[in-house]
Design a protein around this ligand. Structure first.
Ligand SMILES: [Zn+2]
Length: 125
């Protein structure tokens, strides 16, 4: 038997409105539980939450079919999220991979650093 739900205008079980029965322990328990929930929301209830940032990209396959990718990103403008992503064309079965091409420079103290990052798609070997 499923749980009794307290709706705005009465008690329900499986979407069917129940007749209120005086002294029905299950109904009383459901109402008490409901009242505790209401108290929680009056105080302010802390929801579970998370952020989702997505990277979207698309390109035309050699055959002309448009291939789209959607990947999870840590933040906006995060091209690194595409790195290593692979895509197979649904029509011609060519395989592609997303690669980050990096340009390096050396700073005045001789340390190598990434001066530029470009996202490119290459045919997979
Ligand atoms: Zn194709």
């Amino acid at each position: 038997m499923s749980e009794i739900i307290v709706g705005l205008d009465g008690l329900y079980r499986d979407g069917i409105k129940l007749k209120l029965e005086f002294g029905n322990d299950e109904q009383i328990a459901a109402i008490r539980k409901h009242e505790r929930k209401i108290e929680q929301f009056k105080e302010g209830f802390g929801p579970n939450y998370n952020y989702t940032v997505k990277g979207h990209s698309y390109f035309s396959c050699i055959c002309g079919n448009v291939l789209r990718s959607e990947v999870d990103a840590d933040h906006e403008d995060d091209i690194l999220c595409f790195e290593g992503e692979e895509k197979e064309c649904g029509s011609c079965k060519r395989k592609y991979e997303y690669i980050i091409e990096r340009d390096y420079r050396v700073n005045s103290s001789g340390k190598r650093y990434v001066s530029n990052e470009d996202l490119v798609v290459k045919l997979k070997k």
